[in-house]
Design a protein around this ligand. Structure first.
Ligand SMILES: NC(=O)c1ccc[n+]([C@@H]2O[C@H](COP(=O)([O-])OP(=O)(O)OC[C@H]3O[C@@H](n4cnc5c(N)ncnc54)[C@H](OP(=O)(O)O)[C@@H]3O)[C@@H](O)[C@H]2O)c1
Length: 461
């Protein structure tokens, strides 16, 4: 009965399904019931046993508790009260490996289990989120009608679909969050350039983002809320609230997990990873203040021109596309390695509504994934010529940032990512030679088959 649990209970009840609710701290259930329940079929329970026995069988229980140990603690209390065939859904941001472990435990007890990613924040939970369930298919069949009615609706169906077996629902949500980190990071960097290089104030930047949100390639939930945030004035101080917020980003782990798993699976996701790194670095606020005082930084502003928002918006768009490409590439590999059998176009489809990643671009991503079956979206027919045309803008933005000493790790990572994939030749030949020099790691040659080792000192000497 924290914010997500309350809103989902109201949403589901408003779709005509009676709901019983329970929270570890009973006072929160009571407060919810007294302040927010207005005639919906919601029944409070103040004891876990009472809650479980009030449910129709097979029971369908949705957990919205803090991810991590709390989920295990709660499951340890819940599982013994359940009967064979009952279903437990974990709707929190659980780490996918924990979900695999919990699924195995549920199976041992004859229970059904779904790990379900939920996107859309508290607003989505109440009005229609994007739901990413994975796990026991028979479990999904028990709640399909409820979930698909509670989810956001787009032109081609509800933003909810059974994604596959095991922990894939939580895996997909984790990658969703990784992409979200990268897009947010790129937006923040563009904002930083607008204020530092071009001397714009928050309300002026708000108008630029609001305009960008009307463009088909940038229209998205995140660009929209950025415009709203930048336009918001602190009622007390009458200054833009964003200017009063400490520049130290926090994180709960899903972006970091995405990068860690991508490294484990050998899939390059630099744009996502740099957004995690950028958040970590920002959190060293005191250290940054001390270090900044030791260096003189002259920040010159440049005159505004009509061209500025054009190349900045193109750069932002390419960073977004790079992040989606990295995310879908990772999903494709995870699907192979973990036998998730993911349907990538369906994932793009269920992100089109009720989701933090909601963007018009997702319609094109969905069709690119359907037509080309290639997760490296930027290289598909759908996007290739546009990428070619917009790359100079991203290059210009990164060069300008470098000249002005403004860090743009996410935009720079996106540029390097796109440039690296487009390179016929990379300097990895030299790396292979170095590896062979000090560790006899061997190398392959371009002019003949086989694996080779060289006694480099002897040859050189
Ligand atoms: N907030 C969002 O926008 C959002 C969006 C998508 C997904 N999620 C995920 O959804 C889940 C819920 O998020 P939230 O923001 O609503 O709440 P939260 O702050 O992550 O979790 C609070 C809830 O967890 C319960 N809890 C904590 N430790 C517990 C334990 N040991 N045993 C039983 N219950 C325990 C709390 O009960 P008490 O009241 O008794 O402390 C409370 O109901 C999280 O996994 C979160 O990552 C959140």
């Amino acid at each position: 009965m924290a914010v997500m649990g309350q809103n989902l209970a109201l949403n589901i009840a408003r779709k005509g399904f009676p709901v019983a609710v329970f929270n570890r701290t009973a006072a929160k259930t009571q407060e919810f019931f007294e302040t927010r329940v207005k005639g919906e079929s919601i029944y409070p329970a103040y004891d876990l046993r009472e809650f479980v026995f009030s449910l129709e069988r097979p029971r369908k229980i949705l957990l919205m508790v803090k991810a991590g140990e709390a989920v295990d603690e709660f499951l340890n209390a819940l599982f013994p009260l359940l009967d064979e065939g009952d279903l437990v859904i974990d709707g929190g941001n659980s780490f996918f490996r924990d979900t695999d472990r919990r699924i195995a435990e549920a199976e041992r007890r004859g229970l059904l289990y779904l790990g379900m990613g939920i996107s859309g924040g508290e607003h989505g939970a109440l009005h229609g989120p994007s739901l990413m369930p994975g796990g026991h298919r028979e479990g999904y069949a028990l709640v399909q009608d409820i979930l698909e009615k509670a989810a956001a609706q787009v032109e081609d169906g509800p933003c909810c679909t059974y994604l596959g077996p095991g922990s894939c629902g939580h895996f997909v949500k984790m990658v969703h969050n990784g992409i979200e980190y990268a897009f947010m990071g790129a937006i923040a960097e563009v904002y930083d350039l607008l204020r530092k290089i071009f001397g714009l104030r928050a309300p002026e930047i708000a108008r630029i983002f609001a305009h960008w949100n009307t463009l088909p390639h940038l229209n998205s939930y995140l660009v929209d809320i950025t415009a709203r945030v930048l336009a918001y004035e602190d009622p007390e101080t009458k200054t833009p609230l964003v200017d009063l917020i400490l520049d130290a980003a926090e994180q709960k782990g899903t972006g970091k997990w995405t990068s860690q798993v991508a490294l484990d699976l050998g899939i390059p996701t630099p744009t996502i990873t740099q957004s995690v790194v950028a958040r970590s670095l920002s959190s060293f606020k005191n250290e940054r203040l001390q270090i900044a005082s030791r260096f003189s930084i002259s920040q010159k502003t440049l005159p505004w021109s009509e061209e500025v928002p054009l190349f900045l918006s193109d750069a932002l768009y390419l960073a977004e596309l790079a992040a989606f490409s990295e995310g879908f590439h990772l999903l494709q590999e995870a699907s192979r390695v973990f036998a998730y059998h993911l349907n990538l176009p369906e994932i793009a489809r269920i992100w089109k509504g009720g989701c933090i990643l909601k963007a018009l671009l997702l319609g094109r991503i969905q069709s690119a994934l359907t037509l080309h079956d290639a997760p490296l979206l930027f290289a598909t027919e759908e996007f290739r010529s546009e990428v070619q045309e917009k790359l100079p803008a991203l290059r210009k933005v990164c060069a300008l940032s470098a000249e002005h000493g403004i860090p743009v790790p996410v935009l720079s990572a996106a540029l390097a990512y796109l440039d690296a994939w487009r390179s016929e030749k990379l300097p990895a030949n030299l790396i292979q030679a170095q590896r062979d020099y000090f560790g006899a790691h061997t190398y392959r040659r371009i002019d003949r088959e086989g694996t080779f080792h060289t006694e480099w000192e002897v040859t050189a000497g």
